[in-house]
Design a protein around this ligand. Structure first.
Ligand SMILES: NC(=O)c1ccc[n+]([C@@H]2O[C@H](COP(=O)([O-])OP(=O)(O)OC[C@H]3O[C@@H](n4cnc5c(N)ncnc54)[C@H](OP(=O)(O)O)[C@@H]3O)[C@@H](O)[C@H]2O)c1
Length: 282
């Protein structure tokens, strides 16, 4: 088990989900790395991680197969998130895309299915497909990704649009724009945010402020970056780690309690937004 138990956050549907999980973007792209990727995820699961974030896009479906291999017989304890591409977002194609994901995941359900980003298909169609899939038990909950505040406003006005349980967006110390408007909107509407690229795809790790704060706590920069995100109990972090060592290090963030002085220092190094900015997307 992870040293500290992984907390959960409540969803609008009445269910809950873990606030720490593992990402899988860039997995399944190289046959040479496949065994290591399965091993990294499996190690996380053995240490108590139950949330895994994947997508039909990652490795052209191969990341979902890697998730299935890592999960093995432990499917019932897992919370699997996958995503439908906007090019597959019509009603018929969303249903077909989810069914193809289920096959690759070797599962009868996706715990949370997201629209990966907004495309040209009218949202109503995707919502209808998600509602039908949920009724059939093929997905348990659904949500969106890369939706800015205006997209959330539109979604909320649509029939069943307010059944979306999360919005997955880029959020880390170097990308704090959502704190100005999207985060307050989501909090007001009880929509926990999933923070993707929580360590800015590794680019945050060399930052001096993180090293200095880490030193005070005997923690690494990755752990400081993740613990900073987990200061909110309605933010879900999904770092991608390609080795057991990185999984262990990232899980160590659960044991790190940052102090008031640390938060002040981080605000100085990475100032919060003072005005609205369009949502970043990686
Ligand atoms: N919805 C969307 O549009 C969207 C977009 C981007 C990402 N995502 C999801 O969010 C997940 C996380 O985002 P991300 O993969 O973009 O970036 P990330 O988690 O911020 O960073 C991943 C990178 O950091 C490295 N890393 C992880 N832990 C480390 C540690 N303790 N020490 C040193 N390096 C470490 C990894 O290297 P190793 O592989 O060597 O461990 C990898 O190169 C994705 O995998 C995906 O599931 C969603």
């Amino acid at each position: 088990m992870a040293n500290s138990a992984i907390p959960t956050t409540a969803l609008r549907s009445g269910r809950s989900m873990p606030t720490f999980g593992l990402g899988t973007w860039r997995m399944g792209e190289s046959g040479k790395r496949r065994a290591d990727e399965v091993a990294a995820l499996r190690h996380g699961i053995e240490r108590g991680v139950t949330l895994i974030d994947t997508a039909e896009m990652y490795g052209d479906g191969e990341a979902e197969r890697i998730v299935a291999d890592a999960v093995g017989k432990r499917r019932d304890q897992m919370f699997i998130v996958s995503k439908v591409l906007p090019s597959n977002a019509s009603k018929r194609q969303t249903i077909a895309a989810c069914e193809a994901s289920l096959k690759r995941l070797k599962s009868d359900r996706i715990d949370l299915c997201l629209l990966h980003w907004r495309g040209s298909v009218p949202l109503e169609e995707t919502i209808e497909a998600f509602s039908e899939l949920a009724e059939a038990g093929k997905i348990i909950d659904w949500g969106v990704s890369n939706f800015d505040i205006s997209d959330m406003g539109e979604l909320w006005k649509m029939p069943d649009g307010d059944c979306a349980v999360t919005n997955q967006v880029v959020y880390n110390l170097t990308r704090r724009g959502i704190e100005f408007d999207l985060m307050p909107w989501c909090r007001q509407h009880r929509v926990p945010l999933m923070a993707y690229s929580p360590i800015e795809q590794g680019r945050l790790l060399g930052h001096k402020a993180l090293a200095e704060i880490g030193k005070r706590h005997n923690a690494t920069p990755a752990q400081v970056a993740l613990a900073w995100l987990m200061r909110h109990d309605d933010i879900i972090v999904i770092p991608k780690a390609g080795s057991p060592a990185h999984v262990d290090e990232d899980l160590g963030a659960l044991d790190l309690l940052l102090t008031h002085d640390d938060f002040v220092a981080l605000d100085r190094a990475f100032p919060p937004p003072r005005s609205a900015k369009p949502l970043d997307m990686l």
